[in-house]
Structure formats: structure tokens, C-alpha cells
Write a protein that binds this ligand. Sequence first.
Ligand code: PHE
Ligand code: ZN
Length: 848
Amino acid sequence: MRDPAPKTIYLADYTPPAYWVDDVHLTFRLAPSSTRVVSRILFRPNPDAPGPFFLHGEALTTISVRIDGQPVSPTPVEGGIVCDVPDRPFTWEAEVEIDPQANTALEGLYLSGGMYCTQCEAEGFRKITYYPDRPDVMAPFTVRIEGDAPVLLSNGNPSGSGPGWSEWHDPWPKPAYLFALVAGNLVAHRDRFTTRSGRDVELAIWVREGDLHKCAFGMDALKRSMVWDERVYGREYDLDVFNIVAVDDFNMGAMENKGLNIFNASAVLASPDTATDANFERIESIIAHEYFHNWTGNRITCRDWFQLCLKEGLTVFRDQQFSADERSAPVKRIDDVLALRGRQFREDNGPLAHPVRPESFVEINNFYTATVYEKGAELIGMLRRLVGAQAYDRALQLYFERHDGQACTIEDWIAVFEDTTGRDLRQFKRWYSQAGTPRLDVTDSFEDGRYTLHFRQHTPPTPGQPDKDPLVIPVAVGLLAPSGEEVVSTTLLEMTEAEQSFAFDGLSARPVPSLLRGFSAPVILTRSADNAERAFLLAHDTDPFNRWEAGRALAKDALMRMVTDGAAPDAAFIEALGLLLDDDSLDPAFRALALHLPGQDDLAQSLFDAGVTPDPGAIHAACEAMADAMAEVLEQRLATIYDAMQVPGPYSPDASAAGRRALANGALSLLSRRDGAARAATQFAAADNMTQQLAGLAALVRRGRGEDALAAFYDQWRGDRLVLDKWFGLQPGLAQPQDAADVATRLTAHPDFDWKNPNRFRAVLGALAANAAGFHHPSGAAYTLMADWLIRLDPVNPQTAARMTTVFETWRRYDADRQALIADALERIAATPGLSRDTGEMVNRIRG
Ligand code: PHE
Ligand code: ZN
């Protein structure tokens, strides 16, 4: 962590391990500040890559080490130890002592609310014992746990237990990053599942007693995931038990440890009164994601951490497919693209831009990014579009057959597609190595019944990559006749050149193009479309994604004109939106999305791209004025919709009920600008579920009438950590720009601001940063507060501190005054004595 000269690791330097591991036996004697770990590991020299015997190890107190029973004294070196070993297979036995109680970084073995748990991805196992902590070393594990906790869990199948101990055996060779151990006073929500070949699997979600009523939905999502992976990918579960554990203190969402997934409580626990529709949906997708890793990540893992997208991109793609199947596919696609643009495009257009497969890193934990995950998933979607769904399925079956039990690379992945389709994918592979979001400029012409689309692609420079090569871009296109009828249905154009044209013949009139349908490639499409064309597509496009996209483009154009020219809210846009809202043939969830204005960060980036220095205050004012105008013009319709979309009967988190609530609550938010938030107050008071309660509360707070409701909400929910996080997050998130920093400051002084808990820390500081106009208020108060807290968090939890430095990644967009204030904040963080390698790397990259 406290490395004076942090080393950069390069993909090009990869060498295979000098020793393989054939078997691992671990014994844990648990004690809060002096846990003993005894390892017995069978090593075998790798004849293909002879080299010194090096084991990773960090913060370990060595008690004893033996080789084949004989005591030895390994030599400490940076990051571990080296030792003289025999030139044949041998047994390594080591006893070390570790201190879970002192582990606030939440990596390795740590304590969360009195419960022992582990987090080993990416490089946490080296904080547990000496080991070749690299993913290409795979071995079966046997684990014995001794401790006084009633529940003692590890990977694999239970192989024995008695008072104060239990033993587990995981027959599937795995890398150390998938190791897990949990011990504590836990209770289980249990179920079972029979795989299609007849294996009986005991399922359990382990929680603290008070959370038992929050497990049913997660369990249901797990069983649906298991069925889906059998049906769609032919993948079955491969152990007798599948355990999920909820922990309060966790740096990420969840972790796919073999047979023992560990979840941030927020990513698994839900009940109607405490979780929103959005929470339920997120839980479903994370449960699926972690479960799907069993094949894409665990059975087939990554050779090295540069290949992270091999498991993450693919597993995100699979969880997206799952959610699309379980819910509305178009709505899911829109949500995913919103997330991609909001997080990944933002990353790709700033100082942290990196390829989906990076070529170097200082701290791998800094590369669990939107680019690796979300853009990684987009690359798989493009591959599938290019080769077709059936060829994709065949390639995947070959992948599973050929690579089961192996640690693989992107080259292996591409090869299964080349081998099944005969296609040359060398150019496609550039997507993995070239950073930045491609711009796709489109013009068109029409002559003698021939309609031609001209495309020009270019990718702006990114750090370390000044020049870019043309990519393979699948552009899904449809053409509409002036009557609104579709004359060319969705056709996939494969663009491979820097500039390329595609012609359509036999058209009787100039068509209107619907471009990049379904968002067929992660690019920024630029076309000087006029608003009449957008309104036409909003009314007529058969592709739901592009229909939404047309509305969004209209909204964006209107808002940008308000900011740059002081234009009034665009009446034509509001009218078109009104027509869409009234269209009862459209899914309410889709209409709810159309009602949402583009995000303020998104607008800032678009203004910047258009050569305008964005002023977050002005953007905020424009969005407010637009929402006021929408509320005024559409008041009657919104009131009708609000009433019509109420869902009778007991709460259910299903997609259709959630869609109705989303539309009703979108209407509520606007109506609150007209009715003094009367409806919001009523809804807040009457709500029997968190979705309704929180939407009521948010509307009240937005209108400046939230004080009593906030107090009531706190009194009602002070005993529920996850709900309290919502209370903490809502206030800085919705504060007026000039108040946001004060609100956040006040909350960080609240007795319940348990800042060492990552969820609570992010609730306040993350929400502050998400309030663009508040965070970027010209006073600079929010920057200062953020820097103060990152400096305080860094020595306690470097991973979470480092991750949150990304709040500053967009700083080059802004005016000189803001840039100077942010530069000061970054400088102050960088100059902090003992700054972690994690945060140090991030701040250096952001500063550029
Ligand atoms: N591998 C986890 C996932 O994608 C994420 C994770 C990474 C969790 C590192 C913890 C630490 O599901
Ligand atoms: Zn994952």
C-alpha cells in the first residue's frame, strides 16, 4: 500500500508461473486480532517456465515454514518471499498470523459487524497466506475452519463438521482470488434446486437474524438465473450447495467466490417496505451476474488481470440478456445505454480513458471500471450482432468445451469465434486495445431512387494513444417512408473503413433513416438532423430504442439551446412528449424513461464536445425551467397519468407494476411543481412500499418542503442501515446547488455517519458528486469537502477512496476558476504523506 515508487505492471511482461499448485489444504483458527492460518500446499515445478520460487504475501506474521517436513527460512522480498526449493514436487507448510480486526481495507480476511468474511479479488489472498496469488494458478482447495461462530462457511461442498469446526472441499480447480471464508452468527433462508441433469443443490442466503425477511426475492432471482443459464447457455451448476452471504461492509457490489458468493447487503437484501423497484431490479441483475460467473469466470477464468474483461464483459453481457428476457428488453437496453453513456463515455472522454483490455496498471483494483465491464459487454453484443445469434451460440459452446478448467486470454476468446465462423476478426480485436469512444459522422443523399448513407469514423486521442485506427462498426439501420411506413427493415451495415458509403435502391421518395438501431455499437453518432426528423422518428420509428433516442435528442437539443442562446423551452418538444405520454399502447416503463430529461453531466459533456465551456449552474437552471414548462403545459395529462398508473393491491416488484410506478412517480415529480407538492405529501404519508415512500419524499425535498418528512423518515428507519443510506443520499443529491456542500457537511457530522462503511460513505459523498450543479458550485466548497474526506478515508480504505477520486475526472471540461479549485483539491490529495498506491495512481492519471 505505502509504496514509495509504485511499479507499473505490463501485459507484455507476462510469464507463466514457475510452479504449479496441485492441492491446497488450509486450516483457519479464527480469533479477531490473531487468526492463525496453516497451509499445506503441493507445488510442482513448471518445466516450461523455470524460475525462482516466489510466493506473494502481505502483512503476514510468519510463525513457521516447512518444506517436505523440514523447517526452512524463506527470504522476504518486495511483495512476498523467495525460498530455495527442491527441483521436484514438494509440500509447503506454513503457519502465519493475521489480524482481521485491524483490516479496515476490506480486502483479505476482515470483520464486518462481528462476522468474519473475505474478499480476495483481485489480489487479496496474499493477505491471508503465502501463495502464488495470480489467476493462472488453479488448484482444488480443502478448508478447515475452527472458531466459535455458529456458522463456518467456505467454498465447495461441506465435507465434515463438529462443535467449533467445519470442513469444506472444493473439487473444481480455482485461482486464489475465488477463495472465500465466512464465519458468524448467521441464519439461512433456504431453498433447493434440481439441475436439468438431476443434481440436487441446496441453496442458502445467509444473513443476520433481523434480515431474514429480506431474502425471498434474491432467492427467487437465483433460481431464475439457474434455469436461464441452463436454457440459454446450456450451463449447469456443479456443486451440491450454493451459498450467498450478505455483509454490511463491502467495497463493491458482490463477489463470485466459488460456491460462496459474498454480497454487499445492498445488492441482495430487499423487502417491499425497505427496497425500491430500482433496488429489486439491481439485485436481480447482480444475483444473476455472480451466478453466471460460475461458468464465465470460475470454470473458465482469466490468465492474468489484463484479461479481466474476458470474465466481466461476458458476464455483464449475460446478465443483461437475462434481465432483458425477464423484463422488457427495450427498456433494459435503454437503461443499459444510459448507464454506458453516463459512466463509460464519461470515462472514455477523460483522463482515465483506457482500453477494454488495458496494457499496464499500477493497482489492478483501479481497473474494475465501466470500460472493462460495460464497454466490455458492448463488444460482446457487437460480436454477436456481426456473426449472428446462432454462430454466437456455437462459439460459446466451443468456448466452454475447449477451455473448461483453464485460465484464458482475449486471444482464446476471439479464436472460438474465428474457428466457428471462419471470419477474420483481427480488425474487430482493435476494440479491445484502442481506448476512446468513436465518433460516427453521418450524411446522406438521395438521387434517382437511390438513397446513400455516408459514414466517417474517427476516435479522438486518449492518454498514451494519440492515433487511432478504423474499427469494425456494426450499424443497424432502418428506413422509413415519409408516410411513416418502414420501407427498409433493420439491416446491419458493417463499417470497416475510415469512410464508407452504403446505398439503398428502388426508393420512391427520400426516406428518413433510423440509424444505429438498438444502439448497435458504442459510438457517438453525429448527424445534423433537424428536429422535424427527430419528431418524425419519435412518432413513427419501429425500433423502440431509436424512438426513445429521438425524444432524447430533441430534449437535449432544446436544453442546449436554452443554455447557449437563452432560448425558451421548446414547445414542439413538449408537445411531442405529450403525445407519447398519451399513447397507451406504449409500455409505461418506456414512457417513464421518455419523461426523464437528459442528465446534467451528460449535457455538460455534450456542450463541451460542441466547443462550449459548460456552466453547471446554467445547465441546472435550464433543466429547472424545462421541467417547469413541461409541468405547466402537460399538467392535465400528467394528473390523469398519475391517477391511472396507481397500482392497486399489495406491492409486487414485477416489471409491469414497477413500470407503472415509474411513470406515476415521473408525473408526480413534475406535478409537484404545480400543486405545492400536495400529492407528494399524500403519497409519502400513505405509502406501503419504499418506492412510493421515497418518491414522495424526493418530490417534497425537491420542492423545499421536505423537512418534516425527512425527520419522520429518519425516525421510522433509523434502525435499518440500507434505508438509512437512502436518507443520507437523498439530501445532498437533491439539495439546491448553493446548499449541497452544506447539506453534505452537516450529514458527515451526523452520529449515524459511519464513514468507514463504504455504503454510508458513498451515500453522502457519492450523492454530493452526482448533484452536478451542487458539486461544481463556484464556491468550491464541495471540492474541498470531497478532498478532505478522500484524504481521511484513504489510509482506512484505499480501494473505496481511489474509486471515488473519479468524481474529479471531468475537471478539464470546466472554466479556469473551477479547474484551479479542482487542481488544488487534487494537489492536496496527491501531497498527502503515505497516500496509498490506489489513490496515488488515480490522482496522477486524473491530473494527467
Ligand atoms: N468480480 C466482482 C464482480 O464483478 C466484482 C468485484 C471485484 C468484487 C473486486 C470485489 C472485488 O461481480
Ligand atoms: Zn463480475
